[in-house]
Design a protein around this ligand. Structure first.
Ligand code: CP
Length: 307
């Protein structure tokens, strides 16, 4: 794997190989196989989980990890993303984990990346968040045995969610029986991606028979203020509470990529309840990202040859 831009960078065999690597890493950590390699978390949007998990993953593999946040970088002085990339590359950075509000920004870097320089998309606009989808699918596989044949509900603000788009693509690749998309009209995905998708206009109808439900927050940063629904009204209609979860039964698992807005898209009692896998997702996210980094970097020399 040269780059991980979206789920199209993968196929079912490479995903299963990543999951197998993840299993191995959870059993036994290798002794710093990527020592001497430098990576950067280059973030133009806020993050807690993804940035910290990438940093932990890189450090546990022995890498030198640099964090660059756009608010405190020379981006504030007008430097372009591509110029920043070339400058960091010249310092010997071999792995770029990029989060950016603009769709396609990681692809732009991949197009100009020299041999031996790798890009992980840590989320670009509404387009893709492939490591999130990988950790979600890995978590589902751990909880349900496999993803193939399962019915998964994805609910909430689908339209503005890169997590939803990457999950739809990956769950389809892994053979999910049905992906149910439940959202208000203004938050439906358009155009609808391919796959075994069924759309619902309310959450209650989507729940019976579901093996798992993935709740999404309202992506306020991508919606004009006038279009943001009122929290209480939204919760009454779309929030996952215990009564709604009971429609799917006691075996239905609950996921959320975070950050969570308690009492808006999900009740605290559900988030903190026995069916919730939310903190498992976060825990597995470190190992899954280690597996991605090893897949990309373990075959190449750690020496910092010049770009
Ligand atoms: N799930 C996720 O991307 O969370 P952060 O924005 O905190 O990285």
């Amino acid at each position: 794997m040269q780059h991980l831009i979206d789920i199209a960078s993968l196929n079912s065999a490479s995903v299963l190989q990543l999951f197998s690597r993840t299993d191995s890493l959870r059993r036994q950590m290798p002794p710093q196989p990527l020592a001497g390699t430098a990576m950067v978390n280059l973030f133009y949007e806020a993050s807690t989980r993804t940035r910290v998990a990438l940093e932990l993953a890189g450090r546990r593999l022995g890498m030198d990890v640099i964090n660059v946040q756009s608010q405190s970088s020379s981006a504030t002085k007008g430097e372009s993303l591509i110029d920043t990339f070339h400058n960091l590359c010249a310092m010997g950075i071999r792995l770029f984990c990029l989060r950016h509000p603009q769709v396609g920004a990681p692809h732009q870097l991949a197009e100009v990346a020299p041999d031996g320089v790798h890009i992980i998309n840590a989320g670009d606009g509404v387009h893709a968040h492939p490591t999130q989808a990988l950790l979600d699918a890995y978590t589902l596989r751990e909880a349900l045995g496999e993803v193939s044949g399962k019915t998964i509900v994805i609910a909430g603000d689908l339209r503005h969610s890169r997590v939803a788009r990457s999950n739809i693509a990956l769950l389809n690749m892994l053979g999910a029986a049905e992906i149910r998309l439940a959202s208000p009209e203004a938050m439906k995905i358009r155009p609808l991606p391919p796959g075994n998708l069924v759309e619902f206009d309310d959450l209650d109808s989507a729940m019976p028979g579901a093996d798992a439900v993935m709740m999404l927050r309202i992506q306020k940063e991508r919606i004009s203020e006038l279009e943001i629904p009122h929290g209480d009204a939204y919760y009454r209609q779309w929030g996952l509470n215990e009564k709604r979860l009971a429609l799917a039964g006691a075996d239905c698992k609950v996921l959320h990529p975070g950050p969570v807005n308690r009492g808006v898209e999900i009740a605290s009692s559900v988030l903190d309840g026995p069916q919730s896998l939310v903190l498992q997702q976060v825990r597995f996210g470190v190992y899954v990202r280690m597996a991605v980094m090893l897949e990309m970097l373990s075959a190449q020399s750690p020496s910092n040859q010049e770009c």
